[in-house]
Design a protein around this ligand. Sequence first.
Ligand code: NDP
Length: 295
Amino acid sequence: MTAATTFQLLDGKRCSDSLKADIAKEAAEVKERRGQPPHLAAVLVGNDGASKTYVEAKVKACESVGFRSSLIRLPETITEEELLHRVAALNDDQDLDGFIVQLPLPSHIDPEHVTLAIDPRKDVDGFHPVNIGNMVLGLPSFLPATPSGICELLKYYSVETAGRHCVVVGRSNIVGTPMSILLSRNAYPGNCTVTLAHSRTRDLPSITRQADILVVAIGKPEFITADMVKPGAVVIDVGIHRIPDASKKNGFRLVGDVRVEEVSAVCSAITPVPGGVGPMTITSLLLNTLKAARG
Ligand code: NDP
């Protein structure tokens, strides 16, 4: 296995800072035009630590670009019916451009019922079937934040995609499946030949080794090793995990689904964890909210 000659770190923080500067300008224009900046609400049910961190990061990002944001905290014990009532009220709230309900939800609430209850015009997470359907057809829609953020990152670094073989590992509704659709569209980024792999895929290494662009979203720490990667491939690591690490002040370190040190020696470009896909996901949410505010 030969090492790639040039290497590029796909810095999601840098890309998202650049996009956020443009979003801030447009938010100011929206405010000028209608007297109110774009307004995003985030619903957080329960006390899950990771969810709280994600939601707070989203609220902070809104502030950084001049959006208005509202954090709605609801108790773990809320019933599905009560939550659906709250969603209906948010749908009707004229003051609000878009909202998200942070997943996962407590086990007594069916996340599908909640997603279906959100007005597709306010569904800035892009999870509602109407938005997914429009995305598949290439019609205007809110795109799911993580795959759309990855597309923005590929654009920012001018990664060539047409005609390249992209292997997406993981087929979740929010990451892997929409990623496979976006990269196979007749657009840029897109025009890839896409393989979508999952837990029933046979001989995964032989598939991932064919990838010019490898997107990994399986939720297993450091699962992808150097021998699973084609030399010169572009690697997008979506996973994010806390691994206990006594040498760190906070007692843990963050890793992705890719064993970054050894894979970096083989690939031509890779997203870091943290600072790769994470910031792009939040920035895509801002882009969707701006779009909702523009109407
Ligand atoms: P899910 O758990 O919903 O899906 C995981 C997918 O990986 C499934 O399709 C599963 O296959 C597949 N999979 C699991 N094990 C294997 C295996 N051994 N070989 C091949 N495929 C496998 O995960 P998500 O898509 O929601 O998230 C993936 C990761 O990305 C997580 O670490 C999550 O925290 C992170 N994430 C990060 C974001 C960010 O902004 N950075 C945003 C969203 C997620 P099957 O369908 O057959 O079960």
